[in-house]
Design a protein. Structure first.
Lengths: 522, 147
């Protein structure tokens, strides 16, 4: 990678809260690893104007299969494309992509193909509305995720092809409506539960968009990576973005309109994968070929308080809550959970599943919030800082984000490895159900022998436990110095190890797949 | 100096074009919300010439679970000479189904000896019967406890 070899000097906030950027060198502390865009094929793909469309079209086709089979196909989850592709393959491949590359599924998101219709619909509106300031944070996403996760359990979305198809339709409808009424990118950044799940967990991914040479960005007048650009030989055509004549462009990448970042990320100041859809608009829009996709250590950003300037507490709360909702998601598949809910039902005198599951969700959420706040506060105290629990949480909460990825990845991998090959007979069944003479081979399902499943899950858990411990150690060293960092570290180290132990205990339980938490009525 | 331009130069469409677009959209939305899920998960299908009933020989548990299927005509007489296929599916995607056949044991009874449950949880057992060239099916929902 090109660029100065100078030590990064992070942006600092003055007493008044104003951010002061250095006058030369890196704007913020960005990784300087190998630039994947130097690989010829990846570089060509990233710079190709229709690269995203190329990735989106197969997923759009799959979404159409999901909707069609979900609405009209056989309503048995393992035989239907909707439930198999969405709850098995999508989720499994998301965590695999996040672990080895980055947020590939937002890059290929077919929901973004509603942009064409939404641009057309915008013309019917007197104006584009501004997304309310109060909702420009992750609190609203958290508010949306609560009913989403509870509904997943209460309505057994995973078991219902019909509801899964409606969920897909709902996503397309919501993307269309939000991005019609509000500026493009609003849906991704402030609404989409899937996108925000990916954003949050992509913080442990091994790649990040960075500036090759920050000084090029500093002298760049129009910031096309952020605002987009128009490039023609002579004059602007659409007036959608700054006109940069072809002669001034190092790597023109053709002519026309190149949109900038729809989630408002300015490349040289990116410190986190949060809100980055990997759409590579910035790569295509940059007239100076100054955007890199840097390899980095997983967890690198979590040890550097990446959301201190963007997202703050809400983003951190989202990360921590996702970790505990991951616990709940796996808990709801094992026998001890059903026993507990049975006791709760007897105690409350109700068999109302929505109520019981909501109580369980609330209990797990509260437990997660309290233990994280308490451990963070203890860590600060042990390190000699007189912080409030919230201040301590803002320091240490990043550790839990890595643990969250650990749980989701181990859980989703189990399902994926158990049934990934089933996609073949499921598609055969799609056509057989509609009269084609096919004989689906239902023996195709598992990718690895059953005895390998737990060791693979344990390996994933161990890997991201190590990442969480690395993050904790880095935070401790950064904020407590050589003398006290070990003292500050131990409460969080204990927390990480206990979380991992709980995770392994849950994953080691025999899996049970029930739509009724209380079982059939006696 | 060139500047980033705001998109304020749009021309509002006429109310006629709005109506042209929104009316079919509304109709499609209404049609979609009127949809009901196909009912094959818990319903018996066929022309009614064969009545299918089924039960497990023992309480559901992980492991072997022989299933007895009774086929009768509408008058209650046992149906002989039918082909009976038994398909056990879990309610979670990706789980390999258990597919076997049931053999006739007389008086309209058929026994699926090889039926078994591989995991605790909800199972959908589909019994597909072919008798006199006609196909019927029935569904049995079973909850297999974890222990």
């Amino acid at each position: 990678m090109k660029g100065s070899g100078a030590a990064p000097r992070a942006a600092t906030a003055s007493a008044g809260g104003r951010v002061e950027l250095p006058v030369s060198g890196p704007f913020v502390d960005q990784p300087r690893g190998f630039d994947l865009l130097r690989l010829p094929l990846l570089r060509r793909l990233a710079r190709f104007k229709y690269a995203r469309l190329m990735l989106q079209l197969p997923l759009l086709l799959l979404a159409l299969f999901v909707i069609l089979d979900g609405l009209t196909g056989r309503q048995v989850a393992p035989r239907n494309v909707a439930t198999t592709a969405v709850w098995l393959h999508y989720r499994g491949l998301v965590v695999i992509a996040l672990a080895i590359f980055g947020n590939a599924f937002c890059a290929a998101c077919p929901l973004m193909l509603t942009r064409g219709p939404s641009r057309w619909l915008k013309r019917l509106l007197p104006r584009t509305f501004a997304w309310p300031k109060a909702l420009r944070n992750k609190w609203f996403v958290i508010l949306l995720l609560v009913p989403y996760f509870v509904s997943y359990e209460v309505f057994d979305l995973w078991a219902s092809p019909w509801l899964t198809a409606w969920l897909a339709i709902g996503y397309f409808g919501a993307a269309l409506a939000v991005d019609t009424l509000f500026p493009a990118g609003t849906f991704c950044r402030f609404v989409c539960p899937l996108g925000n799940f990916n954003f949050t967990l992509a913080t442990v991914s091994p790649t990040q968009i960075v500036a090759v040479d920050p000084d090029v960005c500093r002298s760049c007048e129009h910031k096309p990576c952020l605002h987009g650009r128009e490039t023609h030989v002579t004059s602007p055509r659409t007036g959608e973005a700054a006109f940069i004549p072809l002669a001034e462009i190092t790597n023109p990448n053709g002519t026309g309109y190149f949109p900038g970042c729809e989630t408002d990320l300015f490349v040289p100041t990116i410190t986190s994968n949060m809100d980055c859809t990997y759409c590579f608009n910035c790569v295509r829009a940059c007239p100076y070929d100054n955007v890199a996709l840097s390899v980095r250590a997983p967890g690198r950003e979590l040890g550097r308080a990446p959301w201190a300037r963007r997202g703050r507490t809400a983003a951190l709360a989202l990360g921590v809550l996702l970790a505990y909702w991951g616990v709940m998601n796996a808990l709801a598949m094992i026998t001890p959970f059903y026993d507990l809910v049975g006791r709760l039902a007897a105690f409350l005198g109700t068999r109302n599943e929505a109520l019981l599951l909501s109580v369980m969700y609330a209990a797990v959420t509260l437990t997660g919030a309290v233990t994280t706040l308490a451990s963070s506060w203890l860590a600060d105290r042990a390190g000699g800082k007189r912080s409030t629990p919230l201040q301590a949480f803002r320091r240490w909460g990043y550790v839990v984000v890595a643990l969250g990825f650990s749980f989701w990845a181990a859980h989703y991998l189990f399902h994926f490895l158990t049934g990934a090959l089933a996609i073949v007979p499921v598609f055969e069944h799609f056509f057989e159900y509609r009269g084609w003479l096919l004989d689906p081979n239902w023996r195709l399902a598992q990718m690895v022998p059953t005895r390998w499943l737990f060791p693979i899950q344990a390996f994933v858990s161990a890997t991201y436990t190590a990442v969480a411990l690395f993050v904790a150690a880095r935070i401790a060293l950064r904020d407590f110095g050589q003398r006290k960092w070990v003292l500050a570290l131990w409460p969080m180290m204990l927390y990480v190890l206990l979380f991992t132990a709980l995770q392994l205990i849950i994953l080691a339980q025999p899996m049970e797949m029930r739509g009724t938490v209380l079982g059939p009525l006696p | 100096m060139s500047r980033r331009l705001s998109g304020s130069g749009r021309t509002p469409a006429t109310s006629a074009s709005r109506t042209t677009f929104l009316t079919p959209l509304l109709l499609v939305a209404l049609l979609l919300v009127a949809c009901e899920p196909p009912a094959d998960r818990a319903a018996t299908q066929g022309d009614g010439s064969v009545v299918i009933s089924a039960e497990l020989e023992a309480p559901a548990a992980i492991g072997p679970a022989p299933l007895v299927v009774r086929l009768t005509d509408p008058e209650g007489n046992g149906v002989e000479g039918a082909t009976v296929r038994v398909e056990g599916d879990m309610t979670h995607a990706g789980m390999q189904p258990v597919i076997t056949t049931a053999d006739a044991v007389g008086n309209g009874l058929y026994r699926a000896e090889a039926m078994h449950f591989t995991m605790a949880g909800d199972w959908v057992i589909t019994i597909v019967v072919t008798a006199d060239g006609k196909r019927s099916s029935g569904v049995l929902l079973v909850n297999v406890p974890g222990r």
